[in-house]
Design a protein around this ligand. Structure first.
Ligand SMILES: *[C@@H]1O[C@H](CO)[C@@H](O)[C@H](O)[C@H]1NC(C)=O
Ligand SMILES: *[C@@H]1O[C@H](CO)[C@@H](O)[C@H](O)[C@H]1NC(C)=O
Length: 316
């Protein structure tokens, strides 16, 4: 970024063009200069903040498992350069250390079953890919924005249902591959859902798609189709959140969860440099003001770790 700014300053007559260019770069596919190098550093900083002293609860541990899985999946399909390989191994090493820290937060029995198996056993690795323009970017969201505050808590699954379904997915018996009815219903439901309920549907689907039982449960295109449906809805929600006066202040955590989960599915509408910069700017704000709730900040860190690592792997 800095270098870019310098050139703009020197060639004064071109300043306006540079201004336009840098905006385009932020919004488009190209990486703003500087961000690319900074991404690994941001991830190191985050990992540092997640250090052993802090109590890792279920969602922090889950984030570490997911991040590790993403790196391994990428390495399996795309031979890394020597630099990348070194970086990936350093990250994996650091995450392994963190994951094995003794100090744990409260983790219930269902969560324990999830953490023992998720992304570690019976996984199906799939080639990672970034999908451009697959979603409907022009969907209506003004109506949604008007009633978003009351809609956001509607739909299924709630946290308990989501944990139970996740447990069923990661503990599928690979000789039968029979998923519980409750979970199947959740995953195929067409009932309206918003907020975390919708993101959890998309996450559960992602986990099922990466289980070795996935191909025997349904054809691969079906997972993609269902995910596209979810992420199209989620994109409208993000637009609604952006259009609300206090939207991004109020729904930061949700916004990041939406970007992270639809980013896992590779949708460029979520996984892009604009979002990397946006999320980065929140972190800078937070370092300055201590007002926000500790809890929410911690969850934002867990999510950002997954978001940044996915960005490192797919946008780099
Ligand atoms: C979650 O939803 C189920 C089914 O509707 C309900 O029985 C349960 O009480 C809900 N749990 C919470 C924590 O809201
Ligand atoms: C884990 O802790 C964070 C805050 O530290 C909280 O926001 C989140 O809801 C917790 N998750 C679980 C599954 O307990």
């Amino acid at each position: 970024m800095l270098l870019f700014a310098n050139i703009c300053l020197k060639i004064a007559t071109l300043a306006t063009i540079c201004g336009i260019l840098s905006q385009l770069q932020v919004a488009g596919a190209a990486a703003p200069a500087g961000s690319v190098q900074q991404l690994p550093q941001r991830i190191y900083n985050l990992l540092h903040q997640l250090s052993c002293g802090r109590k890792l609860n279920a969602s922090a541990k889950f984030a570490l498992l997911l991040a590790e899985f993403l790196i391994k999946q990428k390495m399996r399909y795309i031979t890394p350069t020597r630099y990348d390989r070194q970086l990936y191994y350093q990250l994996l090493h650091k995450m392994k250390q963190l994951g094995s820290c003794a100090s744990q937060g409260e983790i219930n029995q269902v969560q324990e079953l999830i953490l023992r198996n998720a992304f570690q056993r019976n996984v199906l690795l799939l080639p990672p890919n970034l999908k451009y323009g697959a979603l409907n970017a022009n969907a209506e969201y003004e109506q949604l924005a008007l009633s978003y505050d009351s809609l956001v808590s509607q739909g299924a699954p709630n946290r308990t249902q989501s944990d139970l379904c996740m447990r069923d997915i990661v503990n599928l018996d690979t000789s039968k591959c029979q998923l519980s009815l409750n979970c199947l219903e959740l995953l195929t439901s067409e009932a309206p859902a918003y907020g975390y309920q919708r993101t959890h549907q998309a996450l559960l689907l992602y986990m099922l798609q990466h289980h070795i039982c996935a191909p025997s449960l349904s054809p691969p295109q079906l997972y993609e189709e269902l995910a596209k449906g979810h992420c199209n809805e989620i994109l409208s929600e993000q637009n609604a959140i952006r259009s609300l006066a206090l939207g991004l202040g109020k729904y930061k955590d949700l916004y990041l969860e939406q970007a992270t989960i639809c980013g896992l599915w590779g949708y460029n509408e979520f996984l892009n440099w604009r979002n990397v910069m946006e999320i980065d700017s929140w972190r800078k704000e937070e370092e300055q003001q201590e007002g926000e709730e500790e809890e929410e900040r911690e969850h934002i860190k867990d999510l950002s770790l997954v978001f940044y690592i996915n960005a490192l792997l797919l946008l780099h």
